[in-house]
Design a protein around this ligand. Structure first.
Ligand code: AMP
Length: 145
């Protein structure tokens, strides 16, 4: 039977465990789909945040959203990659989490999402909290309890 110092663990603040904004690959809402697809492909990430010029979170863009957007009736209309903008395709249906939130809140959201966008009180993008980081912390906690 695994014994966790549950309450303490769940009340840990996420702040120290996020990947800071300067290390997070992102695009801006006005960027072309071509730019976004290039960044997604080169970074190897399947989805990255969309920010505005003031670093406020706008949404999420993924390779599958892009390929779906340029899919015509019979073929991929790749010429659209140049003309279409990220804001036309991004999803806003993605939760953000406060920088002040604890592990409990993060775990609940990470069940359905591989990472979370972390925002300040003023809604500025602070970074991301990933499922991988959370699982590592959970593993550490389990093995050392
Ligand atoms: P990981 O837990 O490292 O596999 O990351 C899960 C997901 O989080 C990736 O597929 C990306 O969508 C996102 N992600 C992780 N690290 C970064 C990063 N440095 N920049 C942008 N997105 C990231």
């Amino acid at each position: 039977m695994i014994s966790l110092s549950g309450k303490e663990f769940l009340e840990t603040n996420i702040k120290e465990f996020i990947i800071p904004s300067e290390k997070v690959a992102h695009v801006q809402a006005g960027n072309s789909l071509e730019h976004a697809l290039l960044l997604l492909t080169k970074s190897g990430y399947s989805a990255i945040p969309v920010l505005d010029p003031k670093y406020r979170f706008q949404g999420l863009i993924s390779s599958s959203l892009i390929t779906d957007a340029v899919l015509g009736l019979e073929r991929f209309e790749f010429e659209k990659l140049e003309t279409m903008r990220v804001e036309e395709v991004m999803t806003k249906d993605f939760p953000t989490i406060s920088i002040h939130a604890d592990f409990k809140k993060a775990i609940e959201l990470l069940i359905d999402h591989p990472f979370l966008c972390v925002v300040s009180d003023e809604d500025y993008f602070e970074g991301i909290m990933t499922r991988r980081v959370m699982l590592k912390q959970l593993r550490k906690n389990i093995y050392h309890s």
